[in-house]
Design a protein around this ligand. Structure first.
Ligand code: ADP
Ligand code: UDP
Length: 237
């Protein structure tokens, strides 16, 4: 497998073509951003930690019967993935209130959500990823009704698998964002699952062990990601 041109440089990852038209190299950089890119910093080791964290989670999801784009780790900061046609929506599942839902609905942080709730956001940096509903998705053709149903079902299936996994490690899975894409006609999980895109709290102390440490300037960002990884059994070396 030969790595070719950079196809896309996002806020935290870069994507490269390969000599196989169906596969991409995904590079996890140390770059970290928040507030629509207004706060930015390169955090030592974060690329390696997230690459290995993501590989671990994607393998757990595959083992639970959830198809993902992940194929294999290539090195510390790169993984080989299936090339997807991404659906331009972000799927957010929330088990506990935190972040934008608190600001939007005026609710306090830390409320248990029964049942867990689900939101779609349009993936559009210029617009600050606005929240959208299923009617918008259909009216503007961002995904078909069938794809919407599959994304919701898979997002909740991921919740069942990962809530249990994190619970066993003494962690609360507060919320997370997923992105899906189409591969050979099937909707499968793409992008990443790392503490950059989810909220994880210690079950006992409710200490934040995710990107809120960066957003809120709490420090110890990568150390917190590593602590979560160690508790799960991720090998960072
Ligand atoms: P952003 O675009 O939000 O700044 P990243 O820095 O994480 O995000 O960049 C990674 C980009 O790669 C995202 O736009 C994501 O939608 C896209 N992507 C993730 N997985 C795949 C895949 N398997 N095939 C094609 N594109 C992907
Ligand atoms: N999230 C993400 N990328 C985004 C927006 C949100 O990974 O562009 C994640 C975020 O880390 C959190 C969840 O999705 O785990 C819900 O985010 P929220 O809507 O609360 O927005 P925030 O306040 O985190 O910006």
């Amino acid at each position: 497998m030969e790595k070719k041109d950079e196809l896309y440089k996002g806020k935290a990852k870069s994507v490269y073509a390969t000599d196989d038209a169906k596969r991409l190299v995904m590079l996890f950089r140390n770059d970290t951003s928040a507030f629509d890119g207004k706060k930015k910093e390169a955090l030592d080791r974060k690329g390696m930690v997230n690459n290995k964290f993501n590989a671990f989670i994607m393998e757990k999801l595959e083992a639970a019967g959830i198809e993902t784009h992940f194929e294999k780790l290539l090195n510390d900061q790169e993984s080989l993935v299936k090339r997807l046609t991404m659906l331009p929506v972000e799927c957010v599942v929330r088990n506990i209130s935190a972040g934008s839902i608190c600001r939007r609905l005026g609710v306090q942080e830390g409320l248990d959500l029964n049942p867990p709730t689900f939101e779609f956001f349009l993936k559009n940096d210029d617009l600050g990823d606005p929240m959208i509903n299923e009617f918008h998705i259909q009216s503007f053709g961002w995904a078909t009704p069938e794809q919407v149903e599959i994304m919701k079902a898979l997002a909740f299936k991921v919740n069942g698998v990962l809530k249990a996994l994190f619970d066993a490690a003494g962690l609360l899975l507060v919320d997370y964002k997923l992105e899906f894409g189409v591969y050979e006609g099937r909707v499968i999980l793409g992008d990443e699952f790392t503490p950059d895109g989810c909220r994880l709290w210690d079950k006992e102390t409710r200490k934040k062990l995710d990107k809120d440490r960066f957003r809120q300037g709490l420090g110890g960002v990568v150390e917190a990601y590593e602590e979560v990884g160690h508790r799960l059994g991720v090998k960072f070396d």
